[in-house]
Design a protein around this ligand. Structure first.
Ligand SMILES: Cc1ncc(COP(=O)(O)O)c(C=O)c1O
Length: 423
């Protein structure tokens, strides 16, 4: 088969998902990207775009960070096997130890896998094993994955539409931040674990109040329920700390991380847990292989992870994320003061949401979608939030420069003015 001769867009339409392409076409968005470097991606037509999505939060060091690319190229050329089911995958021990050191609390063991939903599924299994229970609780408009385990916990019906009949018992959704409702859900002492995103991502950059989060942790402990922090998006620096839960000082029993762990360059995810939780699955030599996966500890993911942690530590990326997040936020708040339709900015570090309302159609539910289209025309990629169409969501690289902040703010201001003029 002549690979080069096939039109990739046509092939995608035919064999993957024609509807995604229909949306892109209807919006007039760029169809194909062929280059990426730092905070910028390049369309097939040669046009450069500032990428304020950064792989939905995965490309934390920007695209193709030279040190990660070099480390991966080096390991591919080194002759090391990527995986041998007999023997110990050495790099995974190194990455696990680093992650546990950075996370603190009592997190001492790590199970590696390849994506966020898979990590959540695994965390659910470990929590069920450790507690002998099968209930789970999640908050408000949170999101924990697309697979059958976390799907009933999704705070938005949209994700559940393909399987409306999938309603396993013991899955509770309680309003965001509502500790009294949580207490009710935990009352029967049949809940294995409570899921918390320290800052809700798809829920529109909604930040947990540290005190409320501590109360959640206390309630969990009182009922013998485990606390799982879903840091698929917030982990590895996005909020300006290594992990979002560290802002509140809680001690989760399990933590799931993915997106930024490899800087978006290799598919990798991790489930951090206490030794006690780990022991409930791996009890003795008889259970050494009782839970694993083909790609567990794959050398490319582990190498990318170790290099990303080095870069973050050695290049002051956490401090940069905090600084740039504050700058970006203050520049957006200045637009709000100008009366340009920006009603609210929220989030932490470089996970931000912007509520847009009152422009050409004051009550239009899709104000943010119109801004997205105008921003893409102006060379900036971003998205409206999944939970509500009047929110924009931003997950730029943690290494975003001040100059790029200005590029973004100028494009946002121009777009808001253009929208206002239409009204
Ligand atoms: C907080 C959170 N949990 C879980 C997931 C699912 O991860 P994945 O898309 O890698 O399966 C996501 C994805 O966006 C997420 O943001």
């Amino acid at each position: 088969m002549e690979f080069e001769a096939i039109d990739p867009v046509e092939a995608y339409r035919r064999a993957v998902n024609p509807f995604r392409h229909d949306v892109i076409k209807a919006k007039g968005w760029p169809e194909l990207f062929t280059g990426a470097d730092g905070a910028y991606v390049t369309g097939a037509d040669g046009r450069r775009y500032l990428d304020m999505l950064a792989q939905n939060g995965g490309a934390t060091l920007g695209h193709r960070h030279p040190r990660v690319v070099e480390a991966l190229t080096g390991v591919i050329r080194s002759g090391s096997p990527f995986l041998v089911p007999i023997g110990v995958p050495a790099a995974s021990g190194l990455l696990a130890a680093r992650l546990c050191d950075l996370a603190g609390a009592d997190l001492e063991r790590v199970y590696f896998c390849t994506g966020g939903s898979e990590a959540v599924e695994n965390a659910m299994k470990f929590a069920m094993a450790a507690t002998g229970r099968q209930g789970f609780v999640a908050f408000g408009e949170g999101f924990h994955g697309f697979t059958p385990g976390p799907l009933p916990l999704a705070g938005h019906d949209y994700w559940r539409r393909p399987v409306p009949h999938w309603t396993p018992e013991g899955r509770h959704r309680v309003p965001f931040g509502d500790v009294a409702a949580l207490e009710k859900a935990l009352a029967a002492d049949d809940v294995a674990a409570v899921f918390v995103e320290p800052v809700q991502g798809l829920g529109g950059a909604r930040v947990w109040d540290p005190q409320a989060l501590r109360e959640v942790a206390d309630r969990c402990r009182a009922h013998g329920t485990l606390l799982i922090c879903d840091e698929i998006l917030t982990g590895i620096g996005r909020t300006g700390r290594w992990f979002g839960f560290q802002h509140a000082g809680v001690e989760p029993d399990l933590v799931v991380v993915s997106k930024g762990l490899s800087g978006g360059i290799a598919p990798v995810a991790a489930v951090l847990m206490t030794a006690q939780v780990h022991r409930s699955v791996y009890k003795s030599i008889a259970s050494a292989y009782i839970h694993n996966s083909t790609f567990e500890g794959h050398l490319l993911g582990m190498t990318a992870g170790l290099t990303v942690l080095d870069v973050i530590e050695q290049e002051g990326v956490l401090e940069q994320a905090e600084r740039t997040g504050a700058l970006l936020r203050s520049r957006i708040e200045a637009l709000a003061a100008e009366g340009l339709g920006v009603r609210e900015v929220r989030g932490l570090g470089l996970l931000l949401g912007i509520r847009i309302e009152g422009l050409s159609a004051p009550d239009a539910p899709d104000g943010a979608a119109a801004v997205v289209d105008l921003m893409i025309e102006r060379g900036v990629l971003l998205e409206s939030a999944a939970h509500a169409q009047n929110w924009l969501r931003l997950t730029p690289p943690l290494t975003l420069s001040e100059e790029s902040v200005e590029v973004f703010v100028t494009a946002l201001r121009d777009s808001l003015l253009a929208l206002d003029a239409r009204g």
